[in-house]
Write a protein that binds this ligand. Structure first.
Ligand code: GTP
Length: 336
């Protein structure tokens, strides 16, 4: 704005300099300074469109006032191009939303049309200039809409990518990467609120034999069934169920003690028994089952994710050793 003022003052007639300075320094500058100050408000993002639209319209109308005054005082045709510049700045640099851009463009064109129809400021070029300003602003409006659409699509794609990156395609559960992040979060939350955490490692029994005997596709269905059972049993908001890899799953649950954790593990085993899915292959059992190792502990600053997983894993392998289709609580590992 300062460079505009210096350039304008060297070309405009002496008689209009006072109104010029009033418009620029007494109106436009304070409006923009107030707008700038408002951007520091903590809730500014919520009012961005309203504040920007009103501020820039006020600046535009201060410019219109200047055009009219220059004409009235010295019949001097003050340039109108600043109107377009303010529009472009508002829509593309300050990113006014499409909805508010429509309001901005309508009022900007309306104000300029009022000048053209009320004063012969631009002589025979009045309508041409009005057309130029209107078309320029409408084309900018279309540009804003296209940018908004492109951003919307980009955001959707981004969300889809994040989902794809976190979700296991076969089961729809969290994958291992997402589990690691979720686990860290759950550990710090349970440390902060002083609650317990339970970790369950779940593994299908003799699944290699099942795959070899029934085929990989049936194997995939069994993996999906395991996911379904886990989702059904661990259905609280504070439960995280993930596919840890292959036919191995992990569940993290907050705020349940050892007894409740064992009850949930038993429920998973019962659900397999209820479903009676035939196995009968290799050295396998009659029906498909799984083994579970679990640990339930109070969380403190020292609690380590790796230690919890390793301990649940040890309990899982103890359950396998003991004959499968059972759960073992790591608390009992010493006495086994
Ligand atoms: N169908 C299918 N099979 C899988 C998938 N991921 C891993 N597997 C199979 O799961 C089987 C795991 O076998 P092992 O690790 O030997 O364990 P197991 O036969 O279940 O024996 P235990 O765990 O000791 O009861 C392998 O045959 C893998 O090929 C998958 O996404 N789909």
């Amino acid at each position: 704005m300062m460079s505009f003022i210096i350039a304008d003052l060297s070309v405009i007639p002496e008689a209009v300099k006072p109104v010029y300075l009033t418009s620029r320094l007494g109106m436009q500058f304070p409006i923009l300074a107030t707008f700038f100050a408002l951007t520091f408000l903590p809730f500014y993002q919520k009012i961005h469109d309203v504040v920007l639209c009103i501020s820039l319209l006020l600046v535009c109308y201060a410019n219109y006032w200047l055009i009219v005054q220059c004409w009235k005082i010295a019949e001097f045709s003050f340039s109108y191009e600043g109107t377009l510049l303010y529009g472009l700045f508002c829509m593309f640099i300050m990113r006014l939303s499409f909805k508010f851009s429509i309001i901005f463009v309508l009022f900007t064109i309306l104000g300029f049309a009022l000048i053209i129809f009320s004063y012969p400021v631009y002589a025979g070029f009045g309508m041409v200039n009005l057309g130029f300003v209107s078309l320029g602003l409408i084309i900018s409006l279309i540009g804003v809409k296209q940018i908004e659409n492109a951003f919307g699509r980009f955001q959707q794609l981004n969300e889809k990518l994040v989902r794809l990156n976190q979700i296991d395609q076969l089961t729809g559960l969290y994958n291992r990467g997402a589990l690691e992040q979720q686990f860290d979060l759950m550990l710090s939350v349970s440390n902060r609120i002083g609650t317990s955490i339970s970790v369950f490692m779940i593994d299908l029994d003799n699944f290699k034999d099942f795959n070899d005997g029934h085929g990989h596709l049936r194997g995939d269905e069994v993996i999906q069934t395991q996911a379904e059972i886990l989702r059904q049993v661990f259905n609280r908001e504070t439960d995280t169920v993930a596919r840890y890899g292959g036919e191995e799953f992990i569940v993290i649950s907050l705020g349940i003690n050892a007894q409740a954790s064992e009850a949930l593990a038993a429920e998973v085993l019962r659900e397999w028994v209820r479903r009676k899915i035939k196995h009968g292959k290799g050295q396998g059992q009659d029906f498909v089952s799984c083994s579970i190792g679990l640990i339930s502990t109070q969380v403190d600053k020292e609690t380590q994710k790796k230690h919890l997983i390793d301990t649940a894993d040890k309990a899982l392998y103890a359950a396998k050793d003991k004959g499968r289709a059972r759960f073992i609580n790591a608390d009992n590992l010493d006495i086994l």
